[in-house]
Design a protein around this ligand. Sequence first.
Ligand SMILES: [Zn+2]
Length: 156
Amino acid sequence: MPFCGGPLHYATYERKPRGGPPDLSEAYSIRLSLCCGWPGCRRRVLPPSVLFWGRRVYWAAVVLVVTALRQGRTRGYTVRRLQALFGLTRPTLSRWISYFRQQFSHSRCWQRLTGRLMPPVAAHQLPGALIERFVRARGEHEAALVACLRALAAGP
Ligand SMILES: [Zn+2]
């Protein structure tokens, strides 16, 4: 355990992220987690994940795609439509947009990733420009999104 030096134990738990298809297998709801094995110590470590975005209640893919659609003012994807498709509220959408504008570009994750992107991706165009970069490299949208989520989750 990085904080206290205790032994690592598995402590997976179930989460039910929102915004995904209703028939998604339960297997995806397992959040892998590690906790300290020392009695009384409750420290926890969350390994990087392509499914979950920190403690957000929506799937990571939904956070990325919806924010990019809204940010790019993508034709046909109005706030109302995104709300209907993913069960979002307007405040949630606003929070995600300001998260990418104000916090994500300062995150360790982005600092690690940005140095590898040539030409650079402008911080104010996140996350749309990052997804586009992967789409250009992969050609296919689904593979591009998976590659993007993997890169974001790769850890330091
Ligand atoms: Zn501990």
